[in-house]
Every structure is written in C-alpha cells, then in structure tokens.
Write a protein that binds this ligand. Structure first.
Ligand code: ADQ
Length: 497
C-alpha cells in the first residue's frame, strides 16, 4: 500500500465543483489507518478474490489493494458474488479479510448481470451510446439479486457499522438495507457516470432506482456533473429537496451527493515502472515493434464506450493522408475481453477486428504490421512495460466514469516523457488538464490531436507530463478510499425512507 504524505482535505464538493464547507481535517485521513473506528462492510457485485490452484488470492487492481488493508484492520467483511453461477460457497477468509459470497444462479447471471446491468443500465448511463433493452423479467432478477445482497448485509453487518456499496449493479440495496437496519451508516459509490435527467427518465424503473440510492447517507460520484445529474433526477422525479452543497432531503431522510474522483495505486505503478525487468521488457517491446520513431498505444476493455474503433479510423485516415508514416509510426491496441455474451460487445469486437485487418492489409509491410492488436488480458507488469514503451497514449472514450488507464500511463512514465491524448468525456479530464484533450466525436479534431501529440516538442512533452504526474501523485486510490470513508463516517444515519 502506498503512503500519501500530502493527502488533501476531503473533497466533499458542491455540485458545481467548488468545495463545500463541511470538510474533514487532513490529520484524520491517515491512509494507513481505517478512517473510521467502526467496522467496515463492503458490498460489490464481485468478491475481491480470484480462484487459484491453491485456493483463493486477492484480485489484482488498485481498488482491492486500497480497501483490503482497511477491511483487515477494521475486522470488516466483503460481500459479493464469486463470479461462478450457482456458487453457494460458505463464508471464508483470505489474508485476514472475511468474505461472504452471495449466490447468483446461471439464469440470474443472464438476466441481472448481462441483461439489466450491462444491456439496460450500462448503455443508458453512457450517453445511450447503444439501445438499451428494457425487460420486466430482467428487472425482476435485478430486484431479486439486490434483495439477496441486502439480506446478507443485514445479517452480517455489526451494529452501527459502516456499509459501503459499489456500483450500478446494486443500486437498490441501500434502501432495502436501510429498511432492515436503520442503525447502519450506508454509503454508495457509482464508478460510472450518472446520466442527465433527459436520458435517465427513459428508464421504466427510474423512481425505484432513485429511491434505492436515497437509502444512503452518502453517494459518491466521479464528477460534479454526475452528482448534479442525480440531484436533478431526484428533484424532478420524486420532488426531493436539493441544496447546492449536495444535500438531498426526502421523506425525513437526508442523503449527501458528493464528488470523489477515483484514482490508482501510484506507488505500485511507479515501483513496477522503475524495476529492471520492466526496463528490459520495455526495450524488448520497442525492438519487437521494429524500433519505430513513435509508438501509439491504446489499452481498454473491449467496450463500445471506449472509442477504440474511432481511434483506429483516425489512425487510418492519417496514414491515408500521409500525415503519419507507417515506417515511422505504429499503433498497439490491447483490448481486454469483456461481457462477451452481450450482443453489442460481439458487434463491437467484430468491427474492431475488421478495422485492424483492413488497416494492416493496406499499410503494413512483411513482418511489420502497422497496428498490433491483442485481444487479451495482460499481467499488470506487462501492461506497465507497454505504458513505458508508449510514446503517445490514446484514451478516447465517448463517455467514461473516470478512466484509470489514463492515470496509469502517466504514473508509469517515470522518465517524465510521453504524451496523453484524452477525451473530454472521460472523468479523468477534470484533473488531467495537461493532456491533449479532444472531443472524440470530431474526427478531424481527433486526427489533429494525434498529430499534435506525435509532433510535440520534447520540452513541451516533459512540461505537460510533469504537470500530469504531479496531479496524479496528489490523489491516489488510498486517499480516495480514506476520503470517502471519513466523509461517510461523519454523516448521521438517515431515518427509514
Ligand atoms: P473500466 O470501464 O473497467 O472501469 P478503467 O477505469 O479504464 O475502465 O479501468 C480499466 C482497468 O483495467 C485498468 O486498471 C487497466 O489497467 C485494466 N486493463 C485494461 N486493459 C487491460 C488488459 N488488456 N490487460 C490487463 N488489464 C487491463 C470502471 C469505469 C471507469 C472507472 C473505473 C474505476 O467504467 O470509468 O475509472 O470503473 O472507478
């Protein structure tokens, strides 16, 4: 776990982005200690562990690394699904943290997870980039699984403990839990955007979702705009009272909508990046790519929100127009397999693979493809070596809650070089203002941004990267978790809605 000496004051912000008056002094936010004396219980769709040959081990990733030590210290528990259908495992413990599995059947996996969560909510919450499927059967499964999580939490959360629920799969749990356990302090963090009311109101079960979330004392969002959208929906749909400081009042209950932009484990990435094995691997990657002048890099889950196809088209157009040269400029696109059972994802993969084939067919030379495409999940140290090898990182989502890849790239560039091209529609754009920011819907602007990044003078590149790295160092994932939990601890439990 990383140390964060300059941990900022808690970011309980107003919905317009300015800090609210209720702040937690930095002294209370030691990231090595749990920021509350009360036991912490986390609920997320997935448990933070993976099956290995010897049993279970903690999953990789900054979020798990940030929360695990806090849970261990507070004697807390993590409630979630193992990821396997019909897996009714008994509670167990991994590295001192109690884990409480919630069973999800194969049918529920299809209806609650692939269906309602990933084929109704996910596209709707991302600017309705794809048509959502609204099905009563999927909604019933979503309610049933949320109820199961709420019952599990009600049974295991110690009296007056702090419960922190994560993400769009579990939005009904707060109110369901509040009804059973008014003694608990309940928080929720939404990792993805909250849509504007014009879009959100399309959802047939819009009132139920807002009521579900208003069971919380504190809801954390990535960006001020997400918190403002939620407040607007609560006011418009349920006639809730809302204050500019994020307070929402309804039926005697009070919920705060706050802004807590998530981050990464900066120290971990820097340590991997500085290792000798990574340096060697970075040189090897460059050599394998034919020692090009500029390596452009994309790293994403293969999701239609991430703008991968658009980026490939921009690259192809630049080659076509001879603004880029296939003998000097190459692109590496790593795409993690994800949600492969959902049709929109199958279509997206087919389109990306068609584009890669088309571009390579046209511009590659024997033994030297111009686009190197990996449809694989890579080990983290390999990813960091790739980040280091990347001269220009292309992060061009149409809409993204935050985008951790943008932050990981900057943290990995301990050499102080490299250029980040970043979509204005990623949450990270609020903080990473030294990136070359672009509207990815504007194809010419995207092409110009890529050329600007490729041709940027070394002095400017280094100046911008310094700014980006300073920004990221100011707020890592440990600080994020500590700020959220401290703010949650400071709230007063609401009354039953
Ligand atoms: P995601 O949509 O999954 O997360 P992102 O924030 O970019 O998006 O995180 C992806 C993570 O996966 C990164 O940590 C990255 O290292 C890893 N990854 C990507 N491709 C990989 C590959 N090929 N091999 C191995 N690892 C890979 C959701 C929201 C985001 C929000 C996060 C956290 O959609 O907007 O930033 O949650 O809140």
């Amino acid at each position: 776990m990383s140390d964060t000496p300059d941990l900022p004051v808690v970011e309980r912000r107003r919905t317009d982005g300015t800090p609210a008056d209720r702040t937690i002094p930095p002294a209370e936010l030691d990231p090595l200690r749990a920021p509350t004396d009360r036991p912490i219980v986390i609920a997320a769709n997935r448990l933070p562990v993976m099956r290995t040959d010897d049993g279970w081990s903690p999953s990789p990733g900054g979020l798990v690394r940030a929360l695990y030590p806090m849970l261990r210290e507070s004697g807390g528990t993590w409630v979630g699904w193992t990821g396997d259908a019909d897996d009714a495992a008994e509670p167990f413990s991994v590295e001192g943290v109690d884990l409480h599995p919630v069973a999800v059947s194969a049918e529920e996996m299809e209806l609650y997870y692939e269906g309602f969560s990933n084929d109704a909510l996910w596209p709707l919450y991302h600017d309705a980039l794809r048509e959502s499927t609204y099905s009563g059967e999927q909604w019933d499964a979503y309610q049933a699984v949320n109820e199961r999580f709420a019952i599990a939490l009600a049974n295991i959360a110690p009296e007056n403990s702090v419960v922190w629920i994560h993400d769009y799969q579990l939005q009904l749990v707060p109110a369901m839990l509040r009804r059973q356990r008014p003694d608990l302090t309940i928080g929720f963090f939404l990792h993805i955007p909250f849509p504007p009311a014009e879009l959100f109101t399309r959802l047939p079960w819009r009132d139920e979702i807002i009521q579900g979330l208003l069971g919380c004392d504190l809801i954390g969002f990535q960006r001020p705009k997400d918190a403002a959208n939620f407040q607007a929906a609560a006011s418009q749909l349920l006639d809730a009272d809302t204050d500019p400081d994020g307070t929402i009042r309804l039926d005697g209950g009070t919920t705060i909508a706050g802004v807590f932009p998530i981050s990464i484990d900066v120290t971990e990435v820097e340590e991997i990046a500085a290792g000798r094995a990574t340096r060697q691997r970075t040189s090897q990657i460059r050599a394998r790519l034919g020692d090009p002048e500029v390596i452009m890099l994309g790293v994403d889950r293969l999701d239609y929100t991430k703008g991968i196809g658009l980026r490939l088209k921009a690259f192809a157009q630049l080659l076509e127009d001879e603004r880029l040269d296939p003998t000097r400029h190459v692109m590496v696109q790593v795409a993690t397999p994800t949600r492969e059972a959902v049709e929109h994802y199958q279509d997206e993969r087919a389109e990306i693979e068609r584009l890669v084939g088309e571009i390579n067919g046209r511009f590659s030379r024997i033994g030297l493809p111009v686009v190197h495409y990996l449809y694989q999940t890579l080990p983290y140290d390999e990813l960091v070596a790739l980040y280091r090898a990347g001269d220009v990182m292309l992060v061009t989502p149409f809409r993204d809650g935050m985008n951790l890849v943008a932050k990981e790239y900057c943290a990995a560039h301990i050499d102080g070089d490299g250029v980040l091209v970043l979509s204005e529609f990623a949450g990270a754009a609020d903080e990473l203002t030294e990136a070359v920011q672009v509207n990815p819907h504007d194809d010419r602007a995207l092409q110009d941004a890529i050329v600007e990044a490729v041709e940027m003078h070394r002095h400017e590149r280094r100046g911008r990267m310094e700014g980006l790295r300073n920004q990221i160092r100011k707020s890592d994932v440990q600080g994020w978790a500590a700020r959220f939990l401290a703010a949650l601890d400071a709230t007063t439990p609401t009354t039953t809605p």
